[in-house]
Write a protein that binds this ligand. Structure first.
Ligand SMILES: NC(=O)c1ccc[n+]([C@@H]2O[C@H](COP(=O)([O-])OP(=O)(O)OC[C@H]3O[C@@H](n4cnc5c(N)ncnc54)[C@H](O)[C@@H]3O)[C@@H](O)[C@H]2O)c1
Length: 254
């Protein structure tokens, strides 16, 4: 397949592409500033519909993985967040419809349902989307609402991946270069996310679905990841069991 990835120079994308490229998919990476890559680079702004339409041409599938970069004030007012994360996402769906591209993966976040510990029997699959993550969390919720609406109205195949805390498992570092010294349940390797995205794009399952995507044994029940494994016949490859468990050792599953 020919696959467009938005946010193609981002932290997630740099690791996520490995399983997709290994499986023989042709990748076009869209980002707002020029960058070097072994894959095709497309420089454009997701908040500009014409840029997005041009980037989507000749593609068979799309992975939406852009986000407004974190800077001190980026998430302090709605304008920039809505332009990039929300409008940018709607632009991608609109372009996909215009060009007849029917398979789309949205990189969502556990943030859409985070901090629901106060609710009894917090089964992650059935929680309403509600976030205490400010404008970032609101933007992620709106991305999923847009995704489901387009899937329903235009008969697309859309999978939203609610990913946990993304780690570069090779270097053991998070997005900000911080060393991850202990394993926490939501940790997820970038390559595992790429593998789930690949499985979603390669299957035929029209409609809207969302999956929680994390790599650790502890996430299987606690974060509903077993459902993802069962539905996609997937198992995380990089489960961080080489790191000590961060909490009570009795709670560690491996
Ligand atoms: N990093 C995490 O731990 C984490 C956790 C949960 C979900 N996510 C989600 O994963 C996705 C990727 O996040 P990341 O950590 O790789 O972020 P990142 O900031 O490293 O990458 C985002 C990329 O989007 C690009 N971008 C920004 N504005 C753009 C625009 N107007 N047009 C085109 N591209 C633009 C940036 O230049 C950047 O390369 C996001 O959807 C984020 O919400 C990340």
């Amino acid at each position: 397949m020919k696959i467009l990835i938005t946010g193609g120079n981002g932290f997630l994308c740099k690791g996520m592409i490995e399983p997709l490229a290994k499986a023989g998919h042709e990748l076009r990476l869209l980002d707002v500033k020029p960058f070097e890559s072994d894959h095709e680079v497309f420089v454009g702004d997701v908040s500009n519909f014409d840029n997005v339409l041009e980037a989507c041409k000749d593609m068979d599938g799309i992975i939406i993985a852009h986000m407004l970069s974190r800077s001190s004030d980026a998430y302090q007012s709605p304008g920039p967040v809505f332009d990039v994360n929300v409008k940018g996402t709607a632009n991608v769906f609109q372009a996909a419809v215009a060009l007849g591209i029917s398979k789309i993966v949205l990189i969502s976040s556990e943030a859409v349902i985070s901090r629901h510990a106060d609710l009894p029997d917090a089964n992650k699959r059935h929680l309403p989307m509600r976030s205490k993550n400010g404008l970032y969390g609101l933007g992620k919720i709106l991305q999923e609402v847009i995704a489901e609406q387009y899937a329903f109205e235009h008969h697309l195949q859309v999978d939203a991946l609610r990913v946990g805390y993304i780690v570069d498992g090779e270097k053991g570092q998070d997005k900000y270069g911080r060393q991850v010294k202990e394993r926490a349940a939501p940790d997820v390797d970038r390559r595992d996310i790429g593998e789930v995205a690949r499985l979603c794009l390669e299957r035929e399952n029209p409609g809207y679905e969302f999956f929680h995507v994390m790599s650790t044994p502890e996430s299987m029940v606690e974060h509903d990841v077993q459902y993802t494994c069962d539905q996609l016949n997937w198992k995380p490859k990089y489960d961080f069991t080489w790191l000590p468990w961060h909490g009570d050792p009795k709670e560690a599953k491996a």
